[in-house]
Design a binder for this molecule. Structure first.
Ligand SMILES: NC(=O)c1ccc[n+]([C@@H]2O[C@H](COP(=O)([O-])OP(=O)(O)OC[C@H]3O[C@@H](n4cnc5c(N)ncnc54)[C@H](OP(=O)(O)O)[C@@H]3O)[C@@H](O)[C@H]2O)c1
Length: 332
């Protein structure tokens, strides 16, 4: 790109704790290929998977050094010769299937097919909050749980105050389901309610699952989207409705379960991982999410902004903090 060859970025030179995230001021600005756009990044989403990859314990181990992050929003600066949909100056957000794609940087290249126009009604910070959370929520509900995704059915979003959970709430509300959510603070509960959930429970209260059952007239939710399966799976299997489906989206350890519970309920338990989405699914999800953002029933909520220098704190917060209020983003 004319006039600027180097940029600032957050890089990982060795796997480890949050302290390995270092600001580097001498990173070459990437050049777009024929099919790519170069985006001047204004905000980048911080996802829990970024921390797993940084630690070196995840299935994906990128060659070192690498720039974490995949979800960005910003302004198109340059386009490859085969790019037809975008031109310099346009506001865009990028949602990629690759979990490591040089997102925490001043500039990032993205395939045209992974890039969408960012409407004027959304901020760059909101645009950076779309990617992994909304695609994950969309795939969990509209693909994996599709047989139960019917107006009038009840869904429990177990961990509704976080980035994926809020996206689940918004999608399920738009599909006409009765949405129940959980959060760990009153502020989080209020926010989930404000997104259209019919009832919200505090997952730190000892008796909250009994209240969830009461709210469903004793039968339990038809769908449970689970953000912390290693803590909640046995409970989910106890409270799910007959023939219901539990979809584990997040899990951070082991849990002992009684398989008899699935027999009694003839329920289904399955996991879901975004990277398994086919290219066709990805394109469909892109279209569905774009429609929701344009029509206003999908709206990322920004929890907190961090500078490049604060990237280590962002990683600490996304893993350890309670009191989630949507999406954490790094701003350039
Ligand atoms: N399978 C996939 O492809 C995929 C894709 C994206 C994310 N994930 C995983 O999904 C999980 C959520 O991601 P995220 O980006 O939404 O993270 P996040 O923004 O940090 O949200 C975490 C959520 O978990 C809630 N939580 C905390 N303790 C809980 C408990 N005991 N029971 C139920 N929920 C509890 C939090 O509530 P409070 O903060 O209010 O307590 C918050 O709503 C992470 O584990 C992530 O790795 C998986």
């Amino acid at each position: 790109m004319a006039g600027r060859a180097l940029m600032r970025a957050v890089r990982v030179a060795q796997f480890g704790g949050p302290e390995v995230l270092k600001v580097d001021t001498n990173v070459p600005v990437p050049a777009p290929s024929d099919t790519q756009v170069l985006v001047e990044v204004k905000a980048a989403g911080v996802n829990p998977v970024d921390t797993y990859i940084r630690s070196g314990t995840y299935a994906i181990k990128p060659p070192l050094p690498f720039i974490p992050g995949s979800d960005v929003a910003g302004i198109v600066k340059d386009v490859g010769s085969k790019v037809t949909k975008f031109k310099p100056g346009e506001r865009v957000f990028v949602s990629r299937k690759m979990y490591v794609a040089d997102g925490y940087a001043e500039y990032s290249v993205a395939e045209e097919t992974d890039t969408s126009t960012l409407g004027e009604s959304l901020t760059f910070q909101q645009g950076a909050g779309v990617g992994i959370p909304y695609f994950t929520a969309f795939r969990a509900l509209c693909y994996v749980a599709r047989e139960k995704l019917k107006a009038g059915n009840t869904v429990l979003v177990h961990g509704a105050s976080g980035a994926v959970g809020l996206a689940c709430v918004q999608i399920a509300v738009a599909k006409g389901l009765k949405v129940l959510g959980t959060a760990g603070t009153q502020e989080g509960m209020d926010m989930v309610s404000s997104q259209g959930a019919a009832a919200v429970f505090n997952h730190k209260e000892p008796d909250y699952t009994e209240k969830i059952l009461e709210e469903t007239g004793g039968v339990g939710p038809d769908i449970i989207i689970e953000m912390l399966a290693n803590v909640n799976l046995q409970t989910d299997m106890t409270i799910i409705n007959k023939n219901g489906i539990i979809v584990a989206v997040g899990s951070r350890g082991n849990i002992e379960i009684n398989p008899r519970l699935t027999m009694q309920k003839e329920s289904t338990y399955t996991g879901m991982i975004l990277m398994n989405a086919s290219q066709d699914e990805w394109s469909e999800m892109h279209a569905g999410i774009k429609k929701g953002l344009e029509e206003g029933w999908l709206r990322p909520h920004v929890c907190k902004e961090y500078s490049f220098e604060e990237a280590p704190q962002a990683h600490i917060d996304v893993i350890n903090n309670t009191g989630s209020l949507g999406k954490r983003v790094i701003v350039t």
